[in-house]
Design a protein around this ligand. Sequence first.
Ligand code: SF4
Length: 486
Amino acid sequence: MIAENHPVRVVSRVIDTIDIKAIHRKYKGGGTSAYHPRLLLKILVYGYLTNTYSSRKLEEQVRQNIHFMWLTGLVSPDHHTINRFRGEKLAGILKEIFSQIVMMLVEEGLVTLKEAVFVDGTKMESAANRYTFVWGKSVQKQKERIAEQVGELWKFALEVTAEEMKDQAEVTFEPVTREKIEQVVDQIDKALEGKDVPKAIRQKLNNAKKTWPEQLDRYDEQERILAGRSSYSKTDPDATFMRMKDDHLGTGQLRPAYNLQISTQDQFVLNYSLHQNPGDTTTMKSHLAQFAEMYNTLPAEVVADAGYGSSENYAYLEEVNVDGYVKYNDFDREQKKSKKAPAIFSAEQFEFDQDDQAATCPAGLSMELVKTEKVKTKMDFERTVLHFQGTGCADCPLSGQCLMKRSPRIVEIDPDLRRRRQKASSLLRSEKGIRYRKKRGVDVEATFGNIKQNHGFRRFRLRTIAKAEVEIGLLALAQNFRKWTA
Ligand code: SF4
């Protein structure tokens, strides 16, 4: 007899009550299965809950394991059916199901969407082959090499056909596109027609006509896939090569991976998102936007580490009225400042008056505003940076701690960032902030530890971001069911 609160019963009960319209919509879009979607969903969720991630193993379990047999009523789909359902039918819709189950947790009083969530990220290796990479820099270099060679050919053509080409307009080889290069090569070819051209140059020209257009098409396609990323994997073009934390051999090897972000509360996962860039800073906005889309609300408070403490993130949290218990780079050092002060005064050690927009240096002297600069971040967020210059540096007794190479000292201050950091600092140092800082490690970080160490999921099994997202959704559901039935 299976106990009422046994995970297999809870999974079955919950999946029987959720709305699966989204899956039915997908089935109508093509492809049918003899098995009911609820049945396949139960197998997958219970499979991920019991660390069974492979579709072949799941097929085995539904035939041999008593809990799976109870769950399916002795119906046993094969691994193709399970795999197709997971990779094709659940892609793009699992979040809808996930959010319904989180709403049940809310109704049960186990979590709330109104209070604090803990946000963090980890790199999860993709299913891609580790050695099939395309590097953005290398694509750029190849294009530059072609531009350089076409430049040499152009120069040669100018030398031998000085008279005919003297009226040619100035030629640029940028941007290095197929059309541009073909047009220039064609001009060179026509100019050299009938001329006595060395064999090596003729060969280069023939090679240019034959191989460059195709090569340039390939580089264009690679740049389109890169979409501003530094790399991608040929066997999972959505994955980016990232440095992994669990590189125990310390080889520094980059692996194809996704940046997984989750929001937790008491180790229940409330939101998950996959990102293609390794840095956490740029993920917060889209991660929280997905939260808002799922639940029509945002948590009142967000707790995160210094990886998220950027100008842009603070501004976003302010805009959406969320209290950010988000550390910034210097926060931990500030807390220990009595123990170890930096060798040279950092910009934070220069006082700034928000009302007067005036800076005072550690020697207590007013500084002179010498420049106001507008700076855009990678994500196109505009910041205003003020440059202040010291006014008494020449004979200052603190110059040893203040001046590096340049005298007088110049400091750059972003007034909005200062103000937002001060707000974050007072939140983090409040009683609640101290509690949250302690809890972050045992909430979101422990959830990653649980998934990776205790349940052995360190690498996706499916390729492409849409399918990897299904896997992370199933893992998040498994984590929530585990907590629910603990
Ligand atoms: S070196 Fe210049 S900026 Fe630094 S403390 Fe002295 S006067 Fe102020």
